[in-house]
Design a protein around this ligand. Structure first.
Ligand code: SAM
Length: 214
């Protein structure tokens, strides 16, 4: 699966994609990322943004820059499922995460488009968007953290990314219940706090019942 990320600042993704499970997913050939700067689709000294039209001042990313980026990336990897990160989009929750994970699996190419400034020219949204996703009702400086949040949550549902699929199924918000409390041993006692004894006696049915109630 190829994931194109279109952004003003590709450097933001360097450590993120080279760490932990995101790195392992690439090493296992489950996913390959192509992080592209909008500027790489422009000629020398050509701007990626233009002043917004109407009252108020600000700059937004030009539709013709989005067009070139989409065309180039789709020529490389095929037609993409295009996800634009916007505050007006569908709110990301675990249900939407699962739906997006299916789109990742069903499409060989997924494109994440992260805006900056006042956003992206509306005509490019209308032309290219398959889904707009918001990570919550607040405004960030850009769509890069939203893109990373989306990837962190969606990739957990892609087969073989998380070692134990059981841990994903038991995550909070995946089923009817929130996750149960977690303890580590050692230490069995820490600051006079003991691990609930039932967790230590190896009786799976009783542990399951305890987890259901806690
Ligand atoms: N003027 C825009 C508005 O009020 O809706 C905000 C633009 S914001 C400063 C720049 C970019 O950050 C947006 O185009 C979007 O890509 C991203 N962004 C900001 N907040 C976001 C959120 N809550 N969810 C997803 N993307 C967000």
């Amino acid at each position: 699966m190829d994931v194109s990320i279109l952004t003003v600042f590709p450097e933001i993704y360097t450590n993120f994609l080279q760490t932990s499970l995101m790195k392992r997913a690439q090493e296992k050939d489950i996913v390959s990322f192509d992080v592209c700067a909008f500027s790489s689709f422009c000629k020398d000294k050509e701007r990626i943004d233009s002043p917004t039209v109407g009252h108020g001042s600000g700059m937004a990313i030009r539709p013709d820059v989005i067009e070139r980026a989409v065309d180039v990336q789709e020529k490389k990897y095929g037609k993409a499922y295009r996800i634009f990160l916007t505050p007006q989009g569908e709110k990301l929750d675990q249900r939407l995460t699962k739906k997006l994970a299916m789109s990742f699996v069903e499409n060989d190419h997924v494109m994440l488009v992260a805006g900056r400034y006042e956003g992206i020219d509306e005509r490019a949204h209308t032309e290219y968007v398959d889904i707009e996703v918001s990570i919550g009702d607040y405004i960030l400086m850009g769509g890069d953290l939203p893109a990373m949040v989306l990837l962190e949550t969606v990739m957990r549902y892609i087969p073989s990314v998380v070692g134990k699929s059981e841990s994903v199924e038991k995550d909070s918000f995946s089923g009817a219940f929130l996750d149960f409390p977690t303890y580590t041993a050692p230490p069995r006692v820490w600051k006079d706090r003991e691990i609930p004894p039932i967790l230590l006696d190896g009786h799976h049915a009783k542990i399951d019942e305890w987890r259901l109630n806690n």
